[in-house]
Design a protein around this ligand. Sequence first.
Ligand code: CP3
Length: 340
Amino acid sequence: MNSRERFLAACWSKPLDRPPVWMMRQAGRYLPEYRSIRAKRSFLEMCKTPELAAEVTMQPIRRFGMDAAIIFSDILIVPEAMGISISYEEGGPRLDPVISTRADLERLRVPADGDLQFTCEALRLVRNQLGGTTALLGFAGAPFTLASYMLESGSPRELIATKSLQYSNPDLLKGLLDRLADSVAWFLEKQVAAGADAVQIFDTWAGNLSPSDYREFALPSAARVIARVRKTGVPVILYINGVAGVLEAASTSGATVMGIDWRMDLTAADGVVGDRAGLQGNLDPAMLFAPVSRIRNEVRRVHSALSRRSGHIFNLGHGILPSTPLEGAAAFIDAVRELD
Ligand code: CP3
């Protein structure tokens, strides 16, 4: 089995030799080769220059040999294509203008042919370089998480503005979620056409909702996106940070695989999700700072606890931290590759 076959088998919960492995945010600042390009270019310039995005997508694959590459980009590229200006500052991203009225919503455009070409071109470049043996992932933010960034001006944290709107004007929030769902579904379809083998949808902030609010707002908009992308035939991974409280509802979204953060045992997640979806995760990103022997033991422990399941993709429970030691990342990938 090559890496691409292994990754797709795991997505569809088919039998395989060992679980595939990759890491969320695997192209990024913990890599010296990323930092040396980033020293000369802005982050957005890297996202929008297909050759640079392709190069940093390939960097972790060359160094560690993960089973899947994820295209280098950012979830906030979609709001930008809808007419919002974005900038990345010390305290996090900033979005302008903040959406707060129906008129603001009406001004947002749904991207169409000609938009976001740089990501599709980067996917085509990486697809050629990978030569069909390593899986290639596209991605986008889920409507609820993108709405949170647009309503909070870039720093969701407590989601005060998002939840206030949810209580005072639920129809306006739903209108925004609808427009985002159309935009995200369109973009993911384009990424599949450009060569993505699978896509991941990041609903990073949805774990902050009560289960009933999750069902009313975040779930229907994510499910709409998933239904459209599933028609292309590729598997869809749905990641939610702090997923435990909404996992049961989220596992009815139509996603092929559920991403699980490290605050929940994968065996407990298995009990909730059952055969509705595969599981991806869920090492604590801080575990990569542990001694190599500790990392290896943890990989074996998780693997044996899940031995009944074929649909497991090894990953971290959230993105790799910028200060992660290279030895920790290498130990994690190697430990999974040595499983049988
Ligand atoms: O996984 C990968 O390697 C692909 C690249 C990727 C990035 N962002 C690159 C990035 C992916 C999949 C994302 C997704 C993303 N972006 C999410 C969802 C995943 C998650 O972590 O929950 C979110 C919430 C964002 C928004 C975002 N982008 C924030 C909040 C920030 C600033 C915080 C930070 O980590 O610096 C970014 C910037 C960003 N996105 C960087 C990278 C490599 C750092 C930019 C730099 O080089 O300075």
